[in-house]
Ligand binder design. Sequence first.
Ligand code: SAH
Length: 349
Amino acid sequence: MNTTKKDIRALSKEELRTFFTTNGDKAFRGTQVYEWLWQKGAHHFDDMTNLSKETRQMMDDNFSINHIKVDSMQRSSDGTIKNGIRLHDGMIVESVLIPTAKRSTACVSSQVGCSLDCKFCATSRLKRMRNLNPDEIYDQVVAIDKQSKLYYNRPLSNIVFMGMGEPLMNYNNVLKAIDKITSKEGLGMSPKRIVVSTSGVPKMIKKMADDKVKFNLAVSLHSAIDSVRTSIMPFNETFPLKDLREALQHWYAATSRIITYEYVVWEGINDTKTDIEALISFCKFAPSKVNLIEYNPIDDGVFQQAGNAAIDLYVSMLEAKNITVTVRRSRGKDIDAACGQLANKDKAS
Ligand code: SAH
């Protein structure tokens, strides 16, 4: 780690080009370096073989390349791979590769820890330490893409921002990372294959809509009744369902893209007909679909996944109102890599 030199990857292509012209070289040199950093994933200036030795040395004197490092790797019996990622300042986040028959999905983190306090989520027990930089987000995707090629012989097909942190509370950096993931100079992935999942920050959902982003939106709803939602997701007090609903209507009006609601059904919390009816009413405000996700226990037994009867009731009542509903099974549970289980458990930090 080097804290005195500037991280070269914080520079845009234009800034790199300017650096070279002000140092008496050609702007084109900046483009070459940019390609080494982003397309070829160089970790050292010495890897940049089409630059002269002097130029490489000059770069090394001025800059560092702060790459993330895969610090630990656990493989689940279902093929899911959970990575402990060490950032340049020593902090750890987790990123997961989820392979299915047709897809390879990367689940990436946007913050170290999380400032929200969802009662059912392991990450909420870690204090939010800091936001990830755009390159730290991008690097997770690159690392998982490499893993997907190595272990499953195919590149990544999808990316979900469902790891640690609340992406919309680190909006600018998430957006910059997605720009790079989707640009030709980065990974060239289609934004249609990217999902940003939020617990629902109304102001930022509106901003995203106004920014005309091209990726998909998922909202962790879990209840469409304010009192219930506040009891399990206390920030709902500050961002009540009325504001969320209004922001989602704004989203649909601006993007014409349907919203996915992530929803866990818990015994004794949101497993009654009244809960389902509230969800149905909520779904009417903007075109949406419901993803019923399995609960991944995080320890204390306060939350229990509802039984099949409750899930079946959700499915039949939603379908009766023509709302698309899918039931998603968890992946990587045996290694604590599933949704809401990311908590740096095998780390002292
Ligand atoms: N902060 C963002 C992204 C991280 S959570 C968000 O809230 O959407 C990713 C998804 O996992 C969310 O839908 C979240 O509600 C869900 N989740 C959290 N803890 C869980 C758990 N223990 N079991 C199942 N899903 C969980």
